[in-house]
Design a protein around this ligand. Structure first.
Ligand SMILES: Nc1ncnc2c1ncn2[C@@H]1O[C@H](COP(=O)(O)OP(=O)(O)OP(=O)(O)O)[C@@H](O)[C@H]1O
Ligand SMILES: [Mg+2]
Length: 381
């Protein structure tokens, strides 16, 4: 149905709230009001260097309240893992979040760093080209030549900054770095100090980590073997595995609330009815598992993570709002946005998707499924 009074909606919508200047704010800024409420509400004991008590950190991640201020749930389905992760950090051990793609490893690491340290910005993004200097420190060569190796010429990297401030450093996709680069963390996690042998003054040549410093690393299980992690480094981390959410209701709730939040940040007041979200989550779960209506199908080779379900629903919503000029997202608009997330680099996946749609066509008569199948003509030939 075309959108009614689109101009009125758009102009009132534009006045809703000022656009944020950044596309995406770090968690500590996005949820600043919640963090503030938690800090003033929970006065219990907290580890040295922490901004919040461990209980308040948990509430920040899994939701609850701080007195009469509601705290939103941000991570679904991993409450026990979250508690263990917080205990790991409170015990001053490194935390490694491992799991399949799109299981909210990065999200949890960002939330924990924001809640524990008040910043999630001491971050290294692992990759084949990352060198130790980018993690620890490097030098301003102009100052180095002029004044020699002193504190002024040192350019602190995320690790140096986190140690000096007693905050958390995030190491994203650690196994994408060569093993010898990863290993620069071994002495840090053991002795909690960083040697800077180049310094001209011996007093400056060791940086001792302040209380509150720790490392949260993430590793993607699909990328296991890209670069192995040494046994010595593994021993210095507590591993926490995050798995894909299997519960349909929970995944539906998550996808619905994430997309609602994304649309709000873009000032798009589009309605998505829960049946459309539930259908999308059902399709993702069935394609992931290779099973639908009791029939065994070929499972897709692509991951089809929850993160991708969020992306598909969000893309379809944005498309409906701007291009179809509709106030509501219809199930028939989902399929065309699923193509890129379902069919990536394996041609067979196209065939698998068509087989699935054929089965669904035979088995499901509910209006929302019929509407979904209308989208079939948007599939590539
Ligand atoms: N359990 C969950 N709770 C809340 N959101 C989730 C959950 N699982 C996935 N998501 C959604 O997935 C998005 C992406 O997650 P994130 O990037 O943190 O995953 P990841 O595990 O780091 O993936 P990758 O391995 O590709 O880096 C989140 O922003 C959120 O929308
Ligand atoms: Mg990640």
């Amino acid at each position: 149905m075309p959108r009614k009074k689109a101009t009125t909606k758009r102009s009132s919508n534009a006045a809703m709230k000022p656009q944020n200047q950044a596309q995406r704010l770090p968690a500590e800024q996005r949820f600043a009001a919640e963090l503030q409420a938690l800090a003033s509400f929970d006065q219990g004991p907290k580890p040295t260097g922490w901004q919040l008590t461990p209980r308040a950190v948990r509430t920040f991640v899994v939701g609850g309240d701080a007195g009469d201020v509601p705290i939103s749930r941000k991570l679904y389905g991993h409450d026990v893992a979250v508690e263990r992760a917080i205990a790991t950090l409170a015990g001053q051990r490194g935390l490694l979040l491992a799991g399949e793609p799109g299981t909210a490893k990065s999200m949890l690491s960002e939330l924990l760093a924001a809640a524990v340290s008040g910043t999630s910005l001491h971050t290294v993004q692992g990759g084949a080209g990352v060198m130790e200097e980018q993690i620890r420190y490097s030098w301003n060569y102009a100052l180095l030549l002029k004044e020699g190796p002193g504190p002024e010429a040192l350019v602190p990297g995320p690790l140096y900054q986190a140690m000096a401030a007693g905050q958390i450093m995030r190491f994203e996709e650690i196994t994408r770095c060569p093993t010898e680069v990863q290993d620069c963390l071994i002495p840090i996690l053991s002795d909690r100090l960083l040697h800077i042998p180049e310094m001209k003054n011996a007093d400056d040549s060791v940086l001792l980590a302040k209380p509150g410093f720790s490392v949260i690393a993430t590793a993607n299980l699909k990328d296991r073997g890209v670069n192995d992690m040494s046994a010595a480094l593994k021993r210095r981390f507590n591993f926490e595995a995050l798995s894909a959410i299997r519960d349909r209701q929970l995944e539906t709730k998550l996808v619905q609330s994430e997309v609602k939040r994304l649309l709000e940040t873009q000032n798009i007041p589009l309605t998505i009815t829960p049946d459309v979200t539930e259908l999308l989550v059902t399709v993702f779960q069935e394609l992931r598992q290779g099973q639908a209506s009791g029939v065994q199908l070929d499972a897709m080779s692509s991951v089809m993570s929850t993160a991708e379900a969020v992306a598909v629903l969000h893309d379809a919503a944005v498309h409906s709002w701007y291009l179809a000029q509709s106030d509501q997202l219809h199930a028939r608009h989902l399929l065309r946005h699923m193509v890129g997330s379902v069919i990536k680099d394996d041609d067979q996946d196209q065939h698998r998707l068509r087989q699935y749609l054929k089965l669904v066509d035979k088995e499901r008569s509910e209006p929302v499924w019929r509407d979904f199948l209308h989208g079939r003509n948007a599939l590539p030939e």
